[in-house]
Write a protein that binds this ligand. Structure first.
Ligand code: LLP
Length: 384
């Protein structure tokens, strides 16, 4: 973080989200260089961050949008994403949401069950339209990540299981208002072990063979998102290794002639450009550690409480004070829950009331998951 900005932070009311749009731009450049030369398409997974400034920067780079609610579809259109590049996933799309997306003629519905196929067909019939659909298939593959963000195992609620595929195809054949455009997969999020994606490629190849054997052609294969970021080294690893990621798909996935490969990345694009900036309200002496009580809590960043996730915590007021002793702090929020903690026994330069603290890697799944629990006000956003 640049020191001039840190000086400016002193005047701002905390807590707030700080989004570094230059860092986002750098990330997008690297992303674009890695996917465009391979002819791939990337839809930004809007669920990660729907801030207008962030969305506009991403839209300007020519990415599509991956949405999981009618409101996300609406937002994507308002921001200027091309309707032809909007995909709509989700296990529980309501009639209202489907009707809205049909009316807007979005590129594709990623359909998660046979029941949903029936509903989309009926609603498309009523609108006199043909709905473009991709079947979201559950590949039954481990993503080696936290259980709450694992989506590609048979006991997860997502996607159509392989044993239901034949029935789904029959349904599609009988549905005059559905057009099968693709197959879709998403195995989970914050995946740092790339071998999970290699396993996905192998599974996709098997499934593609099944489609080929049944004389079914699809125009695109969408392998979802999930590429993880380095929460331990946000500065050293600010931009994920997109070359290795897309290179792996290039090496292992077998596409049919003219078939397009699509991705839905969220966290890897926006995660590292954001920090949650907060102030120490109190220091409280504990038995084996001290508590640094912040004015931000799980209401602004729920990830540590929900997934026991790690975020680097820095005392930016004391960033250059090498003379201060390092002390251990349990860094906690003001919310009336013991889970409202950002980290235990964190080493910080001796910290006092009023110090500014940066909780790093908060560009993805922070502001979007904020709540008003305890009647908290919504934190503002500032750009750098
Ligand atoms: N596509 C689908 C169908 C998804 O469900 C998701 C994320 C993505 C793409 C984007 O995944 P990404 O590239 O961002 O990993 N709140 C959790 C993460 C939940 C992810 C949900 N689905 C967290 O804070 O870790």
């Amino acid at each position: 973080m640049r020191s001039k900005l840190i000086e400016k932070f002193g005047e701002l009311e905390t807590p707030f989200y700080y989004y570094d749009l230059d860092a986002l731009e750098e990330n997008l450049k690297a992303l674009h260089a890695a996917y465009s030369k391979r002819g791939y398409e990337v839809h930004y997974a809007m669920k990660a961050n729907v801030n207008d400034g962030v969305l506009s920067a991403i839209q300007k780079k020519g990415l599509g949008a991956d949405c999981v609610s009618g409101n996300e579809v609406k937002k994507a259109i308002e921001i200027g994403f091309s309707k032809n590049d909007i995909v709509f996933a989700g296990v529980g799309k309501t009639d209202k949401e489907i009707n809205y997306a049909l009316n807007e003629d979005i590129f594709c519905f990623n359909v998660e069950s046979t029941a949903e196929l029936n509903v989309i067909n009926d609603l498309a019939y009523a609108q006199g339209k043909e709905a473009r659909v991709a079947l979201r298939l559950n590949p039954n593959i481990s993503a080696n990540t936290h259980a709450y963000i694992t989506t590609g195992l048979e006991d997860n609620k997502f996607g159509i299981n392989f044993w239901e595929l034949e029935q789904a195809i029959e349904l599609l054949n009988d549905s005059s208002n559905l057009k099968l455009e693709g197959i879709h997969f998403h195995i989970g999020s914050q995946i740092t072990d790339l071998s999970s994606f290699k396993n996905l490629c192998n599974k996709v190849n098997e499934i593609q063979q099944w489609f080929f054997d049944h004389n079914i052609e699809v125009d695109h294969v969408n392998v979802g998102g999930g590429l993880g970021i380095d929460y331990h080294q946000p500065d050293e690893q600010a931009i994920p290794d997109y070359e290795s990621y897309f290179g792996l798909f290039e090496e292992f996935i077998e596409l049919r002639p003219n078939q397009k490969l699509h991705f839905e990345l969220g966290r890897s694009i926006v995660g590292q450009m954001g920090s949650l900036i907060t102030r120490v309200t109190y220091i409280k002496k504990g038995i084996s550690t001290n508590f640094a009580i912040l004015d931000a809590g799980m209401t602004e960043l729920i990830r540590p409480a929900l997934y026991q996730s790690h975020h680097v915590i820095q005392n930016i007021s004391k960033a250059h004070r090498d003379d201060l002793p390092l002390e251990k702090y349990d860094v906690v929020g003001p919310i009336c829950e013991s889970s409202d903690s950002f980290g235990k026994a964190i080493l910080l330069p001796e910290t006092e009331r009023g110090d500014l603290i940066a909780i790093r890697s908060a560009g993805a799944y922070a502001e979007v998951m904020a709540s008003s629990y305890n009647l908290r006000e919504k934190a503002q956003v500032f750009f750098g």
